[in-house]
Design a protein around this ligand. Structure first.
Ligand SMILES: NC(=O)c1ccc[n+]([C@@H]2O[C@H](COP(=O)([O-])OP(=O)(O)OC[C@H]3O[C@@H](n4cnc5c(N)ncnc54)[C@H](OP(=O)(O)O)[C@@H]3O)[C@@H](O)[C@H]2O)c1
Length: 350
């Protein structure tokens, strides 16, 4: 039976592919895929589909049944040893009689980090950690679980001369770009916008074009200017207004009656780090920021984002809100053609 690292990495790559199937569906839980392999044959596989449901290892072990005895388990993240929504996976792995466990990385959660590896080894299970290149499926989880701050992605649609408004019609970008954005939405815990965007565009912020999942919607609205019939308040996902603690109590109650949650902030001007900390407390591991100008400018200036997607349409306008802050990113970034538009992707730590 082959035993080289390359052989094991091949299965670990498969666990990553399985893991990404649930992108956006696991809440603050990590994306995890698992395989049970016996004598070179996959006898069980699984991934964590949804927060509250079985972990990947449990699904894979159940599929393997008796064949899990003396088999190898491949999993992209160190199994859990804690009691959460489900019992610890470590116990199930030991009970199933697994012989060796291969993981891509330790769980960065301080409650787990390395403890499960030690627990498995105490049961004489051979555990090996084999890093696989480009393992960024849980980049967001690593940030959230170690800092309490969600992973922040900015999505900006721009004209060639760096304007985010002032164009004819509702959208500046083409349908393929908008489809891409809906896919990004479906993977985010929540989408966040400033109140002026609600008032000028009345967006839905749903995933209509891909149809995977609608994220929660968060609106920064210090003065509670949001109308009750705004599209973002239509049920179908959590709706949250971040507003001032000394604001209109009656209006807050009216919104709460519509099922809209309110997060009360000090004062009327919020540092983005404070916003993010509060959003993290609501158990969102990632957010997608969709505008508008003031909101983008704050996150860019305070450097509190992780990723930026700038969709640039082949259009120029004379008026509109300028966003020159993003210009610096375009040098050296390899753009991608999306329909008629050009997409610049920037990971801030590159
Ligand atoms: N091309 C794109 O990607 C895109 C995307 C979305 C929107 N847009 C466009 O952007 C325009 C709207 O943008 P905008 O710059 O006017 O406003 P905005 O960012 O949508 O909303 C700004 C307002 O939100 C509140 N706010 C935002 N951040 C805050 C913070 N850190 N602390 C306290 N309050 C905060 C404030 O409300 P108060 O004034 O009540 O204090 C502020 O005036 C529209 O024309 C829209 O079409 C473009």
């Amino acid at each position: 039976m082959p035993t080289s690292d390359a052989y094991h990495r091949m299965y670990l790559q498969q666990t990553l592919a399985l893991a990404t199937k649930s992108n956006g569906l696991t809440g603050i839980n990590p994306l995890v895929g698992a395989l049970v392999v016996k004598e070179g044959r996959v006898v069980g596989q699984g991934f964590h589909r949804k927060i509250g449901e079985a972990h990947a290892e449990i699904v894979a072990l159940a599929e393997a049944g008796q064949q899990a005895r003396d088999a190898d388990l491949y999993v992209n993240l160190e199994p859990c040893c804690t009691h959460g929504h489900t019992p610890p996976c470590v116990d199930a792995i030991v009970a199933a009689g697994i012989r060796r466990v291969f993981v891509v990385e330790n769980d960065p959660n301080p409650a787990v980090n390395g403890k499960s590896v030690r627990a498995l080894r105490n049961h004489k299970i051979d555990v090996r950690r084999l890093p696989v290149p480009e393992t960024n499926v849980n980049l967001w989880y690593r940030k959230y679980i170690t800092t309490g701050i969600p992973y922040v992605t900015l999505k900006i649609a721009l004209t060639e001369n760096m304007r985010i408004s002032g164009f004819k019609g509702r959208y500046v970008t083409s349908e393929p770009s908008r489809r891409y954005v809906h896919a990004l939405r479906s993977q985010a815990g929540a989408v966040l916008i400033g109140i002026n965007t609600v008032l000028t565009d009345d967006p839905y912020l749903t995933d209509r074009l891909v149809g995977r999942r609608n994220p929660a919607r968060i609106i920064i609205d210090p003065h509670l200017r949001i109308p009750s019939n705004a599209h973002v308040l239509i049920p179908g996902a959590r709706r949250i207004v971040m507003t001032s603690s000394d604001g209109d109590r009656k209006r807050i109650d009216e919104l709460n009656e519509l099922g809209v949650e309110s997060i009360l902030m000090e004062g009327e001007d919020y540092a983005t780090n404070d916003l993010l900390r509060r959003i993290g407390k609501l158990k969102f591991g990632s957010i997608l920021i969709e505008g508008g100008g003031q909101t983008f400018k704050r996150f860019l200036a305070e450097e509190t984002y992780d990723d930026l997607y700038a969709f640039v349409a082949p259009v120029s306008v004379d008026n509109g809100i300028e966003l020159t802050l993003v210009e610096k990113f375009f040098d050296g970034e390899k753009p991608e053609k999306i329909g008629e538009d050009t997409l610049y992707y920037v990971h801030r730590y590159n």
